[in-house]
Design a protein. Structure first.
Length: 445
């Protein structure tokens, strides 16, 4: 992708040039500061980058006062306190999504449900060592978690009571296909309250093609019927987000964003399918280019809405802008294998929910505890500075090395897409600070 002469390519690990449309700018990767520059300086810096002359580039940036005190990466930690468990409360599902990373919820094994005793042991393990006033999070995943509704609810009550007795804050979230959602569930989610993520891959037939029932019948009408009353509820506490998995069959991202916004979702997030067990639905370079252009169109709609005093709930945009604003400095793309672990239905621990059943990424068991040697080895291996393609990439501090699961299973085919998106967002960040300073600062926090 190019933007007025500057591309998103990984040309330098030191700096990245971009054009906001309101002026030229440079991201100093060492300090994660953005500096607007004049065209003559930009041209000279571009020559240094093109020649891969890092020493001259740094001398020139220093001479012109670009960048701040260099920030150094911390070495990989030996261990990290775990504060979030995702529970595969039901390793089974009522849908037959062809691209499902969990292979319709079973993770390649027999369909199973987590027992209440295993779930309670997971809660006890998560609370172990947590001090008063600190926070834990329980995430319920599957398969489809509501297949095992009784155990889910009992686990929430148990965790809330145990955490309350210890003065610990407990947060709860659930990812669901919404086809089994009931009014009683909505009342339960309000009581605690929950963050709820609905897996929805478009409107009508676009969703039905990707997320049918196992009978082959489409599920969109059922999803809309079940989630509609919750979205329209007055003064609800439950935050309801839409998560769209993008495949070559549902690339109309901009239209999907507006439709899901109209439905009343609090957030809408898009994620490309880069690795599926069957290979079906995976994105390639061409379809990722289409998705990138669609994402940028969504970003432009976000910018236009903000200028009119409205906030479009485009969470990809909001989270990236916040990351840029805080001077993103991420040695990992997420907490997987560190502060966050996945728990299988039988109580085994894994680096994250996507690795359930993968013995190479196992991390112990809720009964015996976390295997510190395995966690230490994971944190060392997955550190961004230890990822060969990341060491020469300007985006590494914002990306953190990209999703561990996808990098391990599908390689780095998503890197151009990620850089293209970050390149656009850097320009948008500069534009919004100039054109809508009051509103964007409210969003950035």
């Amino acid at each position: 992708m190019s933007d007025l002469g500057f591309t998103s390519a990984a040309r330098s690990p030191e700096a990245h040039l971009f054009d906001s449309g309101l002026g030229l700018a440079l991201l100093d990767v060492q300090s994660m500061q953005i500096r607007e520059i004049d065209p003559a300086l930009a041209q000279n810096l571009d020559l240094c980058i093109s020649a891969r002359d890092s020493e001259r580039l740094r001398v020139m940036m220093t001479a012109f006062g670009i960048g701040g005190e260099p920030r150094r990466s911390d070495p990989p930690p030996i261990s990290v306190p775990v504060r979030t468990f995702s529970l595969a409360i039901a390793q089974k599902c009522n849908l037959g999504c062809s691209y499902c990373y969990a292979e319709q919820g079973t993770f390649g094994g027999a369909a199973s449900s987590m027992s209440l005793s295993t779930a309670q042991a997971a809660v006890d393990r998560l609370l172990d060592g947590v001090e008063r006033g600190q926070r834990i999070n329980l995430v319920f995943l599957g398969g489809e978690p509501l297949v095992n509704r009784d155990a889910l609810r009992a686990t929430v009550r148990y965790a809330a009571a145990k955490a309350g007795e210890a003065g610990i804050i407990a947060g709860f979230s659930l990812t669901t296909n919404a086809t089994l959602l009931t009014a009683d569930d909505a009342e339960f989610f309000e009581q605690y309250p929950f963050s709820l993520t609905i897996s929805i891959d478009g409107i009508g037939k676009a969703h039905d093609r990707l997320r049918p029932f196992k009978s082959g019948r489409g599920s969109f009408d059922r999803v809309a019927e079940r989630v509609g009353p919750l979205l329209s509820r007055i003064n609800r506490k439950t935050r309801v987000s839409a998560r769209v998995t993008v495949t070559p069959e549902n690339l109309a991202v901009a239209d999907t964003l507006m439709a899901l916004t109209e439905m009343g979702f609090d957030d809408v997030q898009f994620s490309p399918m880069l690795s599926s067990p069957s290979g079906r639905g995976q994105m390639d370079g061409g379809t990722l280019d289409v998705m990138l252009n669609q994402m940028i169109e969504c970003g432009r709609q976000f910018e236009a809405s903000l200028a009119n005093g409205e906030l479009l709930p485009f969470s990809n945009m909001i989270s990236t802008l916040r990351q840029i604003h805080r001077g993103g400095w991420d040695d990992y793309p997420c907490g997987a294998g560190g502060s966050y672990l996945g728990v299988s239905a039988d109580g085994d621990l894994y680096a994250c929910h996507r690795f359930v059943g993968d013995e190479e990424r196992s991390m112990g068991n809720v009964s015996s505890g976390i295997d510190q040697a395995k966690q230490t080895a994971w944190l060392a291996d997955r550190h961004v500075q230890h990822q060969p393609p990341c060491q020469t990439c300007w985006a590494r501090r914002l990306c953190g090395g990209s999703c561990h699961y996808e990098a391990i299973h599908a390689g780095r085919q998503g890197c151009d897409y990620i850089r293209g998106w970050l390149h656009y967002c850097l320009g948008a960040y500069v534009r919004l600070l100039k054109q809508s300073p009051g509103r964007i600062r409210e969003v950035l926090g």
